[in-house]
Write a protein that binds this ligand. Sequence first.
Ligand code: NAD
Length: 299
Amino acid sequence: KPTHYGWIGLGNMGGPMTGNLVDAGHSVRGVDLDQRSLRDAQQRGVTPVSGVAEAVQGADVVFTMLPAGQHVREVYAGEGGIFEHASQDTLLIDSSTVDFETSRWCHREAEARGLRFVDAPVSGGISGAEAATLTFMVGGRAEDVEQALPYIEPMAGNTFPAGGASAGIAAKLANNMMLGISIMAASEGSQLAERLGLDPKVFWDIVSVSSGQSWAQKTWYPVPGIVESAAANNNYDATFRADLALKDLTLATQAGTEADLRLTAAELAKSQLQALADEGLGHKDCTLITKYVSPEGAA
Ligand code: NAD
């Protein structure tokens, strides 16, 4: 039977995600502050509504897909927000990438009101959102997580019950931190191999079956002409924007600091992405950090 979704945040991710829900036969009432995003979602079959109240009332499940923690807090606890209008029958799901503390806050505040909340951030980017192949990492009470799975299914390639409250966001932050570090490794390794006279394709073939391999090396190798999916072939137009990678590393290192960890490699990766942002290149691909290793490697 069709599910009634309420959806707040119809941007680059929320737009295609809700389109897939509609295509699967469900109804979606959507909200966004930006009129263009709202119109684009309407083109995909989403019913635009004027505010959170209208999106939440009568919904089986309400998703938020917002830029960052502050937007999530505002949409949940602000005047006329989700907490004011949600009922105990409605499952609340945040799929935004937020700071760990905001995720903990969502769980706490929902529980204090007798409401049911799960964190379910995603990996897979805009292309994964379009193709309905996103990976969802889901945290919360077991029965709430179980109830969330079928609501997530039409948008997902993989869905992982990750554990209790905020386990989803913990997985997302740790994963994206490892990605940030492995991009640096692929960058520096690729440039060293070339500078030492190796043919880039020969080295890529070797490393692909050796201990230096990584997802970043396999899919985003920062040398033109080696891997088709790499932004290096495309003037570093973004596959994954440097400023979004910077956001994720900032959230990860912040969580690490609060947890008394020393995340040395993550701090380094963050500083490289920060340098791109400072140069006004935040909209370019994150693998453009290769230019700090070898200017001619990534001109
Ligand atoms: P986006 O900026 O394109 O979309 C966010 C939307 O939220 C915008 O349309 C904005 O107008 C809307 N919005 C902001 N405040 C609002 C409010 N108070 N009420 C209603 N609407 C509001 O961002 P995105 O790329 O869709 O990313 C969404 C989230 O997903 C982020 O947390 C991001 O980190 C995460 N994420 C993004 C990607 C990616 O590749 N883009 C991948 C994985 C996760």
